[in-house]
Design a protein around this ligand. Structure first.
Ligand code: CA
Ligand code: CA
Length: 472
């Protein structure tokens, strides 16, 4: 009897191992601070992103994907924990993830426990690795530093003078006289990721590639500046001079941060745009190295590829420079997903060249990947899966996407056509994307839109978690 039980146990373990072996790999790629200035999203006419475009063309491109939060830390924490800010209480960059959610099992650890090898490189969480969540990390899991060595000019700032203590030290731009290899940083990250894709694995992998550009500073090798001569630079298509006049006071305060005025004062608006385009072009080239490595990999036809950015970025739209806002230029993100045939949650795989306009949130990537890979749903999160949209991008989708700003009462809600922004004190904005894709006309105060405004209010999140306070 005991022998029989032992044999059955062994067979069961073997069966589980075999099920894990047949599961698809996941290549999880993040870019940092990338808005819609990529070819296939059409955000800026001069941008050069052949590799983002080829990845989008090979799977499903989401054109109405939104971040759960408009800054790095809460956005990334929501993606990795599957819990949005109004459930976790993590709303802004100064909060420490492990103080807010000490026990949370993050995406890579969840995959690891299900038989995957989980590894990563570069920025995935907010300037930490969180070592217990991973089986391996480059450059050094033990040091909890996600960044390989990166070249920096000796004398700083290079171009944009410091405006004061309020100015982020990395807001600066320059074409560097170095090769990609000498620059290091994302080049080293993508080299290591490429090596992992090429080598043999005895388990399926969850491999996370964090490309840091176009995050500031906008320093990249000079060849990436060359396609964008300064005299040719076009201003952001979403800029309108008197755009903030129809915003409520909270919106106006948020819009007019000091950066854009400072950059204009020093006549560097075009230089900044040029450097952002160059940084995107560089990030795209680094992505190309990863996609090329996957193409040559024995795992090519058994790997799900997901690419996202943690939030968008303003370059003068609404007199704003940076992030932290609820407008579409900041809340909307690139998202593309390619699923190979045979994935448990989508056996037919995705159809190349698909485009989806349904409003989706990055917080659903956790549930989506569990579903696609045939893992059990995680017990303590919503587990909404985007698989129905990956199967049919025009499928009915009764969900709106929620984007939080820095506190519970400040948020934006996105449906396919409408956008609603709410600030503490019940100040509101309403936009119709069908007639106004750049959100130039705030309809919240116009009586003929009162019904739509009331409809959007009904989508507001309930039972908002307070901002989690660290223990003294
Ligand atoms: Ca970011
Ligand atoms: Ca306006």
């Amino acid at each position: 009897m005991r022998i029989l039980v032992t044999i059955l146990c062994a067979l069961s373990i073997l069966g589980q191992a075999r099920a894990a072996e047949n599961r698809p790999n996941v290549l999880f790629i993040a870019l940092d601070d990338l808005n819609d200035w990529i070819g296939c999203l059409g955000g800026h006419p001069q941008t050069k992103t052949p590799n983002l475009d080829r990845l989008a063309a090979s799977g499903v491109l989401f054109r109405n994907a939104y971040t759960a939060a408009a800054s790095c830390n809460p956005s990334r924490t929501a993606i990795f924990s599957g819990r949005p800010p109004h459930r976790s209480g993590l709303y802004h960059n100064l909060q420490k993830m492990r103080e807010v959610m000490p026990e949370a099992e993050l995406l890579p650890q969840y995959f690891s426990k299900q038989g995957y090898w989980s590894a990563g490189s570069g920025k995935m969480l907010h300037y930490i690795i969180d070592p217990p969540s991973w089986d391996d990390y480059f450059p050094a899991k033990a040091k909890d530093n996600p960044f390989p060595h990166t070249f920096y000019p000796a004398k700083r700032p290079v171009n944009l003078p410091r405006g004061g203590d309020w100015q982020y030290v990395e807001t600066d731009w320059a074409a560097l006289d170095v090769t990609d290899e000498q620059f290091g940083g994302d080049w080293a990250v993508t080299k290591w990721i490429g090596e992992q894709l090429q080598r043999k694995h005895d388990k399926p992998f969850f491999l996370a590639c964090g490309i840091y550009r176009p995050h500031e500073p906008w320093f990249v090798p000079k060849k990436y500046f060359e396609p964008f001569p300064l005299e040719s630079i076009q201003l952001p298509p979403g800029y309108k001079a008197d755009d903030v006049d129809d915003l409520p006071p909270a919106g106006q305060r948020l819009a007019r941060n000091r950066y854009f005025a400072h950059i204009q004062k020093h006549e560097q608006w075009e230089k900044g745009i040029q450097a952002y385009l160059a940084s995107i072009h560089f990030a795209d080239a680094m992505l190309g190295r990863v996609l090329d490595a996957l193409e040559k990999s024995p795992q090519r036809d058994n790997t799900i590829v997901v690419l996202w950015s943690d939030h968008g970025w303003h370059l003068g739209e609404k007199e704003h420079w940076q992030k932290f806002t609820g407008w579409r230029v900041c809340a909307r993100v690139p998202l593309m997903i390619r699923v190979p045939k045979g994935a448990p949650g989508l056996p037919e795989g995705t159809t190349p060249g698909s485009v989806c306009d349904r409003p989706v949130s990055l917080v659903d990537l956790f549930g989506t990947l569990s579903d696609l890979c045939g893992l059990p749903p995680k017990p303590d999160i919503d587990n909404r899966s985007l698989a129905p949209l990956l199967r049919n991008p025009k499928a009915e989708w009764p969900c709106a996407a929620l984007t939080h700003l820095d506190k519970p009462e400040n948020y934006a809600i996105s449906t396919q056509r409408w956008r609603y922004i709410h600030y503490a004190g019940d100040e509101e904005e309403l936009y119709d994307l069908e007639t106004d894709p750049h959100e130039w006309t705030n309809l919240a105060t116009q009586p003929e839109h009162a019904n739509k405004l009331a409809e959007m209010r009904l989508l507001a999140p309930k039972n908002l978690a307070p901002v989690h306070q660290s223990k003294p």
